[in-house]
Design a protein around this ligand. Structure first.
Ligand code: NAD
Length: 476
């Protein structure tokens, strides 16, 4: 995988590369060019120069290019999905679904970019017009992680391009192939040189140089809260706009009046998809005391049906973790919770000695002091506790600094109304699974960040509001 700068696929300025590993085997499956500060500067300058032209391309023409890219992405979907599974580990079916969602997302922003309406505000003086228009903010630094390597990049890039911004993207070096393919389809669809640039390299060095570069006007990052805070501080120092999609630790409130079978099924799918490496994955299960045991039994039964294996094997329903860091984190978090008194209801161990497999794991009666109850596990770990009344459940939901997704299962409209008013989360999902779809807002509050990556809110992030006041005569 090479860099793509100003319309050309290039090696890094000093020619260095790093291996890309298959998490199912630990073997190298390719190499990725390792960019330098000189590459960052070239890409940022190319994005600035291209912005002068791309912002004047009509939204209608931009839309046609985005739609063509979406079609090409779908057409090449099988191979792109295979590459994703080889580099990231998720089952091939999940990788194919991700390609489909990425293509839908590009289509959606292609349309939304044609509706970036302004407004007219009646003036106080006669013969005067006050127009409010939306203008693209400028070149954007897009920094994305490895968990949904294609879709995380696609939704930021599509929104930025549709708004008339140019992009320098730095996706994850651990799963670079599918984003390189994404860039390729945009190029094939007719995107002019310099509008979309692609860098790989040391994340801190590249993001630091990129955010500080005067050509960059906005930063959009998805990743951990710790890294997000440091990048947001850097963006603030340089007065760059920022969207921060950070970590989560989603609570699941299960009330005694819920449909327990359906809730257990829905939450097992949401928990173990992508081996739990999802910022909105359900994590802290808080179950009403009277149904704690029946819900636990149903959930454990669902978890036990999963089949771990190489994502390329059609029988696999859960793949390996994406890297050795996640495996070590799971082992450490389970050991710590058990030391503090949690019980292992299923899983709890590494699976096999090759690759980074970890069993789907359910822990019961997990103390609030356990590390996993406070830090984002970002893996196949479900933690259960019981509650006695609604206030206690809401207190637990809001206990952590995170505020991304929250789930609840109940048939009571009164309970739903109180949860809607009091749960501190950017997304509350009642009796339903939650997916990052192009048409709905996606974002957090508190330490989970700010800004939205879906819905019409997502376009706003790439546009500035400009007032143009015009008078027929000069008024003092
Ligand atoms: P990490 O914090 O080291 O890296 C997370 C992502 O940020 C990676 O893609 C990495 O390349 C990138 N990154 C790291 N330092 C960076 C920097 N200084 N500048 C720019 N990008 C940087 O953690 P990890 O071990 O790779 O992943 C585990 C943690 O990351 C999880 O606990 C989770 O909180 C977070 N994460 C969140 C999401 C999400 O969708 N919100 C996705 C992936 C990882």
């Amino acid at each position: 995988m090479r860099l793509y700068i100003d319309g050309a696929w290039v090696e890094s300025a000093d020619g260095s590369t790093r291996p890309v590993l298959n998490p199912a085997t630990g073997d190298a499956v390719g190499t990725v060019a390792w960019g330098t500060p000189a590459d960052v500067a070239r890409a940022a300058v190319a994005a600035r120069e291209a912005f002068g032209r791309w912002r004047d391309v009509s939204p209608y023409e931009r839309s046609k290019i985005l739609r063509a890219a979406a079609s090409l992405l779908r057409a090449g979907g099988a191979e792109i999905a295979r590459r994703m599974t080889l580099e990231q580990g998720k089952p091939l079916g999940e990788a194919k679904a991700e390609v489909g969602v990425a293509a839908d997302t590009i289509d959606w922003f292609a349309e939304e970019g044609r509706r970036t309406y302004g407004r007219i505000i009646p003036a106080r003086e006669p013969g005067t017009q006050q127009m409010v228009v939306k203008v693209p903010v400028g070149p954007v630094a897009v920094l994305t992680p490895w968990n949904f390597p294609l879709n995380q990049a696609a939704r930021k890039i599509a929104a930025a391009l549709a708004a008339g911004c140019t992009v320098v993207a730095k996706p994850s070096e651990e799963a670079p192939g599918c984003v390189a393919e994404l860039v390729r389809v945009f190029v094939e669809a007719g995107l002019p040189a310099g509008v979309l640039n692609l860098l790989f390299g040391d994340p801190a060095a590249i993001s630091g140089a990129l955010i500080a570069h005067p050509a960059i006007r906005k930063v959009s990052f998805t990743g951990s809260t710790a890294v997000g805070k440091s990048l947001a501080a850097l963006a603030g120092q340089h007065m760059k706009r920022a969207t921060m999609e950070l970590g989560g630790h989603a609570p699941v409130l299960v009330f005694a009046d819920a449909d327990l079978d359906a809730a257990a099924k829905a939450m097992a799918v949401a928990k173990f998809r992508n081996a739990g490496q999802i910022c909105i994955a359900p994590t802290r299960f808080v179950v009403e005391q009277s149904v704690y045991t029946p819900f636990m039994d149903r959930f454990v039964a669902e978890a036990s049906t999963l089949r771990l294996g190489n994502g390329l094997d059609p029988a696999t329903t859960m793949g390996p973790l994406a890297n050795a860091r996640r495996l070590q984190a799971m082992e450490a978090m389970v050991a710590d919770a058990v030391d503090q008194g949690a019980s292992v209801r299923t899983g709890g161990r590494r699976h096999g000695n090759a690759g980074y497999f970890f069993e789907p794991t359910v822990l019961g009666e997990v103390p609030l002091t356990a590390r996993a109850m406070n830090e984002e596990p970002f893996g196949p770990l479900a933690l259960m506790r019981s509650f006695e009344n609604l206030d206690e459940a809401i207190g637990e939901a809001n206990r952590l600094p995170y505020g991304l997704a929250a789930f609840a299962f109940t048939r009571s409209s009164d309970t739903i109304a109180r949860l809607g008013a009091r749960v501190e989360a950017g997304m509350l999902s009642v009796n339903a699974n939650l997916l990052a779809l192009p048409e709905v807002p996606f974002g957090g509050v508190k330490d989970s960040g700010y800004g939205s990556e879906g819905g019409s809110e997502a376009m706003e992030a790439y546009m500035a509001t400009k007032l143009i006041k015009v008078s027929e005569t000069v008024t003092p």
